[in-house]
Ligand binder design. Structure first.
Ligand code: FMN
Length: 376
C-alpha cells in the first residue's frame, strides 16, 4: 500500500436533513442564476449531487407567470431530481409569500429565500442582499413566507455574511439568523462574503465557523470558494457546517460531486474525467437543454456551459473558442468531433479560472433582475 493510500481515511460526514427532507450526502448544488436550470440540475444529480437549487426567481415574475412557453422552463422539474429547491427574491413581504406559493405549486420541495444577491440593480430595487441591512423587513418576509407555505415544505434562507464589514452589519446578520430560526426556517446557507465585497477576495470561512457555533443544532450550509472535492471536505471540517453548496466550482465540472463522495469514503481522488467521459456528459447536457428550450433557442444558451466544460480539456483555450461560436446541435457535435474524439485524460480544474469568470451569459427573461452575473 502506498503512503498516499495509507493517508486516505474515510471522513465521518453527518447525513444532511433539511426539515423533514432527507438529503443525505451533505454536498449540494447551489443556486446559480443563469445556470442552475433543469438540465444543469439533472446532470448534477446524475453525477452525485444530493440536492440542487434552481436559479433565483423574482416574486413578481412568479405571481404574473402565465402558461407562456417562453418562460415556463423556469418551473420545469422532473421526477428524478427530487428533492429540489426553488429560490425567490423580492422587496415586498406580501408579494414574496405569494411568489413562494407559486414555487410550491410548481413542485419544489424546499423554498429558499434569497437575501444575498449583490447585483446593483437588485439592491437598488430593495431586493436580495439589500434586506441584510433591514432585519425587521427581512424577518417579516421570512414570517410571511413561512406562514404561506404548507408546514411540510421547509423554508430556508440564503445570506451573505453582511452588507459590509461594519459592526452594524454584523449585528444585523445575527438578528436575521436568530430571528429566522425562531420563526421556523429549516436551514440557512451562508456565503462568507459581504454584499459590497461581491466576489473580490476570499469567502471568510472563520465566519462560517462562528455562525455554526451560534446556530447550535440548526442547519447551516456553507458557501464560497468550493472549487475542488477537497475544498468541500475542508469547509465542513474547518467550520463544522452541516453541508456545503457548490456554486462556480460545479459549472462545467459536475464531476465534483462524485469526486467528493469518493474522497469522503476514504478513496483516492478519482482522476478527472477522460475526454470520452466528458463528451458523454456534454452531449447529454445539450440533449436535456434542447428538450427544455427547443431547437432554435438551445444553441446560444449552451455556449456558456461549453465554455465552462472546456476548463477540463487539455487544450482548453482552443475548445473554449470553439464553443463560443456554436449556434446549433450540428455545430456542438462538430466541436465534440474535433476536440473530444481521442480519449485523452482530462484535467482537474484550476480554481483561479473559475474565480476569474463568475458571470454567465444569462439570457433568461428576468435576466437583469435575477442574475448575479457581472461578478468578476
Ligand atoms: C453566476 C452566478 C449566479 C449566482 N446566482 C445565485 C442565485 O440565483 N441565488 C443564490 O442564492 N446565489 C447565487 N449565486 C451565489 C452562489 O450560490 C454562491 O453563494 C457564490 O458563488 C459563492 O460560492 P463560490 O465562491 O463557491 O462560487 C450566484 C453566483 C454566481 C457566480
Amino acid at each position: 500500500m502506498t503512503q498516499r493510500e495509507l493517508n486516505m481515511q474515510a471522513v465521518d460526514l453527518r447525513p444532511l436533513k433539511i426539515g423533514n427532507i432527507e438529503i443525505g450526502f451533505p454536498v449540494v448544488q447551489a443556486a446559480l442564476s443563469g445556470y442552475s436550470d433543469w438540465p444543469m440540475r439533472v446532470i448534477a444529480r446524475r453525477l452525485g449531487a444530493s440536492y440542487t437549487v434552481c436559479e433565483v426567481m423574482l416574486d413578481q415574475f412568479l405571481t404574473s407567470l402565465k402558461e407562456r412557453k417562453r418562460t415556463s422552463h423556469f418551473l420545469h422539474i422532473s421526477d428524478e431530481e427530487h428533492p429540489v429547491g426553488g429560490q425567490l427574491m423580492g422587496a415586498d413581504p406580501e408579494n414574496f409569500a405569494a411568489g413562494a406559493v407559486k414555487l410550491v405549486q410548481a413542485g419544489f420541495d424546499i423554498i429558499d429565500i434569497n437575501f444575498g444577491c449583490p447585483v446593483k440593480k437588485v439592491l437598488g430595487r430593495c431586493r436580495g442582499g439589500f434586506h441584510l441591512g433591514q432585519p425587521d423587513i427581512a424577518l417579516e418576509i421570512v414570517r410571511r413566507t413561512r406562514e404561506a407555505v404548507p408546514d411540510e415544505i421547509p423554508v430556508t434562507v440564503k445570506m451573505r455574511r453582511g452588507i459590509d464589514d461594519s459592526a452594524e452589519s454584523y449585528d444585523n446578520f445575527f438578528k436575521i439568523l436568530d430571528g429566522a430560526f425562531d420563526i421556523g426556517v429549516a436551514g440557512i446557507t451562508v456565503h462568507g462574503r459581504t454584499v459590497t465585497q461581491r466576489y473580490i477576495g476570499p469567502s471568510k470561512w472563520e465566519f462560517l465557523k462562528e455562525v455554526k457555533a451560534q446556530a447550535g443544532d440548526n442547519i447551516i450550509l456553507g458557501s464560497g470558494d468550493l472549487f475542488t472535492a477537497q475544498d468541500c471536505l475542508d469547509m465542513i471540517e474547518q467550520t463544522g457546517v452541516d453541508g456545503v453548496t457548490v456554486a462556480r466550482g460545479a459549472i462545467g465540472n459536475p464531476w465534483i460531486f462524485n469526486q467528493t463522495r469518493a474522497l469522503a469514503a476514504g478513496k483516492p481522488l478519482p482522476d478527472p474525467p477522460s475526454l470520452h467521459m466528458q463528451r458523454e456528459v456534454i452531449r447529454e447536457h445539450y440533449v436535456l437543454a434542447e428538450l427544455l428550450y427547443g431547437e432554435t433557442r438551445v444553441g446560444p444558451l449552451m455556449r456558456k456551459f461549453g465554455i465552462k466544460y472546456s476548463i477540463l480539456h487539455p487544450e482548453f483555450k482552443a475548445v473554449r473558442s470553439a464553443f463560443v461560436k456554436i449556434r446549433s446541435r450540428e455545430e456542438w457535435e462538430a466541436v465534440l468531433a474535433k476536440f473530444y474524439s481521442e480519449d485523452l485524460p482530462g484535467c482537474h480544474p484550476d480554481g483561479k479560472m473559475h474565480k476569474a469568470s463568475g458571470s454567465g451569459n444569462n439570457s433568461n427573461k428576468a435576466k437583469d433582475d435575477q442574475s448575479e452575473s457581472g461578478s468578476p
